[in-house]
Design a protein around this ligand. Structure first.
Ligand code: G6Q
Length: 545
């Protein structure tokens, strides 16, 4: 992070220390309009932040000093900005709607391949949705089970829930990720083999959890097909009708027994947590159909265009990123909360957790030196209004500063009486309460018992952003995801860290292999630390080994 540019931001924080958000509103009657903007179907009101024009200018300088404009171009044009893995970062190519554009990686235009896979997905999903794709018993597919984890799970799950109103209601969608047999067992209990399609979603096709679950599903399927009267060989051959793969690894897919005709490819320049608009979205396309999927991609593209072309002072992802940096580095905020006031966005915070924390949870800069400032914050959240009856207490009156993003949709897909007005009233009221609080004087004027005044006072001055769209649609969902993707990108650029690798998840995976062999071996090696050896011994005893 550019030290000089940051110093200027810091100076302004010091200078404005005595001013609250309430003071800032009192000073400037145009504040709400000034600190609001629209892009790709979303309206952002960021006026309830600890900012004035000078602070925003200083923050923008920080972005300029980080050569943000050039970095954005590098990403969109396929430069290998994921340097520790030697890869381009081109999730934006997956949703590019410009038919004339060429995006080259190692001298080869990636766009024809992107379009080809999209066509393959669309043809397949048409067949399944129209009941033309038949299982071994000649029955149409009613259940789709996506087996994948991390980036091959969180996006499809989130979007499947978010776009429920657009899904084919006579089909059921399941997502198995955990290598916990309960996850698989409970899913298999709910489906019939003859009507079920399994999507094995794994970029590498080597992930322990996914491959173990895929093998378990295959074994169950073959056994079920035999119970239904098929001979063993026929049951095994039927796998081809009930299993498809989303992967970059053709050899491994074929070895599993899946016909590579039914493999939907993607590329090493698509990061797992950015892969929803790739073939990883196959389960989503099966649910919402090719046209709605296309609208989702359009929404992404609208936000991509906005991000690439709007000046920083009117650029939604840039503004969200800069505000995040203000609180992390200027106010020591360790987390931020995402609060969607839309039940369909119930898994959006979990999805963002991976996108943000796996990308920017880094302590080493691009030169390999330890950073001297904080980087990616902890992201968390729950749908409103549920959170109001639990952790909002801490946000309003606790000792931690927790900036919040409130997300709402003006129109509901499910109008029932005045429920939606109430939902939205709660959203707006929360941002009002957090920003403006309630003084001791106000409590006294209301006749609050003197002794209770300290407990009933709200400090206020808690920063929030409010994001509003007309309605949650494939298009607005795509734009929302792209908004946060680019926010994370901008922050990574300013913090000078690599946002597209994830070495931090490797160590545990490797150690798990050694532990597994000690759990199952005739005699454990005893080569771990005393605590781990003890845990292994206790487990072995409990399971009779
Ligand atoms: C995401 C990560 C990670 C990945 C999973 C699944 O950015 O790389 O969450 O998506 O580990 O990997 P596979 O798709 O290769 O099974």
């Amino acid at each position: 992070m550019d030290a000089q540019a940051w110093e200027k931001v810091d100076e302004l924080i010091d200078k404005n220390q005595t001013k609250t958000i309430k003071d800032l509103f009192a000073e400037d009657k145009d504040r709400a309009a000034k600190f609001s903007l629209e892009a790709a179907g979303w309206f952002l009101d960021y006026s309830k932040n600890r900012i004035d024009e000078a602070t925003m200018k200083a923050l923008i300088k920080l972005a300029e000093k980080a050569n943000l404009k050039e970095e954005i171009e590098k990403m969109f044009t396929g430069k290998k900005i994921n340097a520790t893995e030697g890869r381009a970062v081109l999730h934006t190519a997956l949703r590019c709607q410009d038919k004339n554009v060429k995006i080259k990686v190692d001298g080869k235009d990636v766009m024809p391949g992107v379009r080809k896979v999209l066509d393959q997905m669309a043809a397949f999903s048409d067949q399944v949705r129209q009941g033309k794709w038949k299982g071994f018993a000649g029955k149409r597919i009613k259940n789709v089970v996506n087996i994948g984890i991390g980036g091959s799970d969180l996006g499809p799950v989130m979007a499947n829930i978010a776009l429920t109103p657009y899904t084919k209601r006579n089909m059921k969608f399941f997502f198995v990720s955990n290598v916990d047999s309960t996850h698989m067992a409970e899913t298999l209990r709910a489906v019939k083999a003859s009507e079920t399609l399994f999507i094995i979603a794994s970029k590498t096709f080597t992930t322990q959890e996914t491959m173990s679950n895929a093998e378990a599903a295959k074994a169950w399927f073959i056994a079920e097909a035999q119970k239904a009267g098929l001979k063993k060989a026929a049951a095994e051959a039927a796998v081809a009708k009930h299993f498809v793969a989303v992967s970059t690894a053709a050899k491994e897919v074929a070895a599993f027994g899946i016909d590579t005709k039914n493999m939907f490819g993607f590329w090493d320049w698509v990061g797992g947590r950015y892969s929803l608009p790739s073939a990883i979205g196959l389960s989503l396309m099966l649910a919402i159909g090719r046209n709605n999927y296309k609208k989702l991609l359009k929404g992404y593209y609208k936000m991509d265009r906005h991000f690439r072309t709007a000046r920083f002072s009117r650029n939604m992802p840039v503004i969200l990123a800069l505000l995040g940096i203000l609180y992390v580095n200027g106010y020591g905020a360790e987390s931020y909360c995402v609060l969607p006031y839309d039940q369909y966005l119930s898994r959006f915070p979990a999805y963002l957790q991976q996108m943000d924390m796996e990308s920017n949870g880094k302590c080493v800069d691009k030169d390999g030196n330890p950073v001297t400032y904080s980087t990616g914050p902890i992201e968390w959240g729950e749908p409103g209004t549920n959170g109001q009856h639990s952790f909002y207490q801490l946000i309003h009156q606790g000792t931690h500063l927790i900036p919040c993003d409130f997300i709402g949709c003006s129109k509901t897909h499910n109008p029932i009486g005045d429920l939606h007005d109430k939902l939205m009233a709660n959203l707006f009221a929360q941002t009002e309460a957090l920003a403006f609080g309630k003084t001791a004087e106000e409590c006294a004027a209301e006749g609050v018992d003197k002794k209770l005044i300290p407990f009933k006072t709200f400090e206020g001055n808690k920063p929030t952003n409010t994001l509003l769209c007309d309605q949650l649609t494939p298009e607005t969902l795509g734009a929302l995801v792209a908004l946060y993707e680019h926010k994370v990108f901008v922050q990574g650029v300013i913090w000078n860290i690599y946002s597209y690798d994830q070495w931090g998840v490797q160590l545990g995976k490797v150690l798990a292999k050694g532990v597994l062999s000690d759990l199952t071996a005739k005699k454990p090696s005893g080569k771990h630390d005393a605590s781990t050896n003890q845990l292994i011994a206790r487990y072995r005893k409990a399971v009779g080994r």
